[in-house]
Design a protein around this ligand. Sequence first.
Ligand code: AP5
Length: 259
Amino acid sequence: MEISQNKPNRNAWLKGGKAQCQILPQGRVHPQRLVLLGAPGIGKGTQAELLSARLGACHLSTGDIFRGAKTLSECDRTPAMSSALDYMRRGDLVPDETVLGLLIERSKCLRCGGGFLLDGFPRTVAQAEALKKCLTQNDVRLGAVLSYELPLEKVVSRLSGRRTCPTCKAVYHVDRRPPKMSGICDACGTALIQREDDRPESVRVRMEVYEKSTAPLAEFYRRNHLLVSISAEGTPEEIFDRTMIALKRRLYNGTWCAV
Ligand code: AP5
């Protein structure tokens, strides 16, 4: 499946503050506003890219904000951001206070006419409550929460083969989603890297933290009538097709608008 080369560059989200996006997503009559939930490495980022290309909504990943901060010099990083990077390296969650500060600074991205695909946020019930409040204040409604499900041992094998592009953030897998030229990003030609937190010791911590803090979010969103469960078995394209069918089914049930 082709990924649009003309995708929004997410400057406002990745950099925060006064940063503006150079390419804005097209305004939509019914912008899609979705949250992607699921264990680390299940394929949320991969699905977000495919969904963004189809729905025009911007892929907003909190992990990408932290990884972007790594490229800043020490003196350009706030103390909260430096400490966030230590949490991330270990595989632990960054404290809610830091993450919520980032979200509030970027709340204009939630009002964007192209819609959004939140990936990696919220991750705790406190973050989900804060998101709900922030959306209400911005007069915006969440359309659905896509919850991807797969046995943990399969998820771990996806993580160990992951390679990412440090420039355009495209995601590959050495066996299952290889780039056309080994080690080089198809989209921008940059050398691919392995993420620091994909080392086995960090992966173990990430899985434990997920079970304890993030898995309970599915129940939170079920109670809010927003949860859509999707099997993450199969290829990215199969999962994407399953996602689109689930979203359309929600449309026919009257709880979803124009996909
Ligand atoms: P974040 O960047 O959000 O990482 P994550 O949730 O751990 O998820 P990943 O990005 O690792 O995986 P993914 O599900 O997107 O999978 P992907 O598509 O890449 O967060 C990183 C860290 O930042 C956290 O640990 C925390 O410290 C901090 N953080 C971020 N947000 C926070 C928050 N809100 N609160 C507190 N702390 C926060 O796919 C994985 C691999 O599998 C790839 O190689 C891909 O090509 C391959 N793949 C994908 N789909 C398939 C498939 N169907 N079949 C085979 N392979 C596949």
